[in-house]
Design a protein around this ligand. Sequence first.
Ligand SMILES: Cc1ncc(COP(=O)(O)O)c(C=O)c1O
Length: 417
Amino acid sequence: MDYTKFFAKVTSRRRSNFIRKIFEVQSLVKDPIILAGGLPNTATFPIKDLSVTYEDGISLNLTKSELDTALQYMPSQGYKPLLEKWREFQKTWHTPQRKDWDVAFTSGAMDACSKVFEMIIDEDEPIMLQIPTYVGITGALRSLQPDIIEISQDADGIIPEQIVKECEQRRMNNKQMPKLLYVNPTGANPTGTILSENRRRKIYELAQKYNFLIVEDDPYCFVHFLNKQPTSFFSLDTDGRVIRLDTFSKFISSGLRMGIVTAHKNIVDKIVIHMENSSLHSPAISQVLIYKLFEIWEPHRFEEHFKNIQRFYRERRDAMLASAKKYLTGLAEWNVPQGGMFLWLKITATDNTMDLVTNKCLLNGVFVLPGNIFYYDTEKLTSYLRLSYSYASSEEMDKGLSIMADIIREEIAKKVK
Ligand SMILES: Cc1ncc(COP(=O)(O)O)c(C=O)c1O
């Protein structure tokens, strides 16, 4: 594919950082004489030892050389041994159809999303956006001022017919076609939907027909309640038009700030050039700690870990659903989340959940989010609330939902007066 037509002006202006390139070469050479980059000498750093205990009781101390790597600058694309592990991981979980893809580590998936958007979008250019969507995504897009085409969801995820309608209208009116579709396919934030297998295939065909890129933001890829791992867009990709974003946030640690871009090499190169001139690289210490885990865990141990995570969140989801049924029946409507960490509630008695949250729920110590913040136009009021079942205990969820039910009843009583 020729990606030049997809790149924003800023992307063609970005240049490699020469010092970073030298650094990359130097990291491949045995016993290099380092007189180039301004590497601080790790001997001057106060951290002299780092030990970590992983699940299963496996403890290890980083060797002197691993500690030096963890405390030092590293190549922008990432720590080579971990890059290799992650390439293998992607092959195992997605069996990609092409060979010309690569990966790069970013500081979380959000960092990757914002770098991908900057790479592609110029002001007023059309892009398609799954709606409602994670607040970080709309925030990253807003500063770029694209022409947003909203693609809404039902219980099976985003609706392909809306893509057809929008693209056909644009074609007929000779308007610029959308450059990309942003999709959060598995356990969507905030709706909890999983895009059905049929729709994934249909949407990929539409991407081919109307020639747009697919940004597959899939942080909840392993947090779902299905019997079968969903088919990723990356695994369907025959053209090199999918930019896949993963994260370690939901299954190793969110504090380590580690995300991954997997895409055609030309796209990954652009992300790396962006990093060479911004973050330089994602945290070295995080990359070394994750690599050590990949060394300890065979692939099947990851699978076991994902199953445990799925069981954990399914129990939480079920506890929240039980409390919702107990207290909110007749007051709210919801679909059963198929993955992710959120319940998306429609409160039937109000179209202003912003008021409900800020003036009632928060004052009563119940922290939930109003639905309007998950839309591009946050001014438009909605009847929706997002509740997270990932963190609170079942007792806390039960208490929170009981308080919310009282608040909603008070609202209804006020309206009746
Ligand atoms: C849909 C979506 N994308 C991206 C992110 C950001 O994840 P990370 O912690 O990897 O930056 C989140 C976090 O909640 C999310 O829900």
